[in-house]
Design a protein around this ligand. Structure first.
Ligand code: NAD
Length: 268
């Protein structure tokens, strides 16, 4: 929890996800892990689907009283398996948080980015969401209920001069795919929303900017709230989108960005 961030769920007692199962891809780290904790806290049975080592995945699952299924989201068989096992184990697949993603250093300006770097990011960030939605929706159609949250990014709606061209394009794809699925399946009880986080304080980002305060300052000036997000703040938004509290929200670009996308001039 950061200093300026009022704890999003300290002391909160909620069981709004009681009895629901939730599959979280990329659930062993960062936003995914924070969300696993939050959804479990609200009563969900959590499945961590991640490519990480079995030790790391099991440790994450143990933290939330859930299960770990080693999954490579770029492998269609793995994705089919994770939803099948979840359904067998818990009797339904109620929440899919399709969140695994990468932003490697060899994805940069279009002038410097090779086709292999481009393709790798498209596979992990975009094709994976295609597989996850394709294979979870049949369960949700059967149940006549489900909430899908796909992790896009604020760069799906804004351009950055410090380009990661494949990453931005992949997140734009996640955003439009989510919108279209939200519209297509709205009358069958399935809601689909795109979570668009602004910069989040993950270990990678913290380390990068600790070594280069000027680089951090150049970015922070664009954030009206004057800081990066805590992963728990994204988790709180996902819990809302997963729950019936968001029952009239679908096909949305759900920005959790500290005001970045709305800002022209920011406070001093
Ligand atoms: P993170 O690196 O902390 O966690 C990502 C997780 O995804 C890891 O556990 C990793 O093992 C897993 N993963 C990677 N490739 C995978 C694969 N092929 N199959 C299964 N799992 C795989 O990252 P994070 O910062 O928590 O990011 C989560 C999501 O949020 C990503 O989609 C990212 O693009 C997006 N996002 C992050 C930020 C940010 O500032 N951190 C901002 C906007 C959007």
């Amino acid at each position: 929890m950061t200093e300026n961030n009022p704890a999003p769920y300290n002391g909160l007692v909620s069981n709004r996800l009681e009895g629901r199962s939730a599959v979280i891809t990329g659930g062993a780290s960062g936003i995914g892990l924070a969300t696993a904790k939050r959804l479990a806290h609200e009563g969900a049975k959590v499945v961590i689907a991640d490519i990480c080592s079995p030790e790391v995945g099991q440790a994450a699952a143990d933290m939330v009283g859930g299960i770990f299924i080693r999954t490579d989201v770029t492998n269609e068989e793995d994705v089919i398996n994770v939803f099948k096992v979840t359904n067998e184990r818990f009797g339904s697949v109620d929440i899919a948080f399709n969140n695994a993603g990468i932003s490697p250093a060899d994805d940069a300006s279009i002038l410097d980015t090779g086709i292999d770097a481009w393709r790798k990011v498209q596979e992990v960030n975009l094709t994976s969401v295609f597989y996850c939605c394709k294979h979870v929706i049949p369960y949700m159609l059967e149940q006549k209920r489900g909430s899908i949250i796909n992790t896009a990014s604020f760069v799906a709606v804004m351009g950055a001069a410090t380009s990661q061209i494949s990453y931005s394009a992949s997140k734009g794809g996640v955003l439009s795919m989510s919108r279209e699925l939200g519209v297509e399946f709205a009358r069958q009880g399935i809601r689909v929303n795109a979570l668009c986080p602004g910069p989040v304080n993950t270990p990678l980002l913290t380390e990068l900017f600790a070594n280069d305060p000027e680089r951090a300052a150049r970015r922070l000036v664009h954030v009206p709230l004057g800081r990066f997000a805590d992963p728990d703040e994204l988790a709180a938004a996902v819990a809302f989108l997963a729950s019936d509290d968001s029952s009239f929200i679908t096909a949305s670009q759900f920005l959790v960005d500290g005001g970045i996308a709305g800002a022209y001039v920011t406070p001093e």
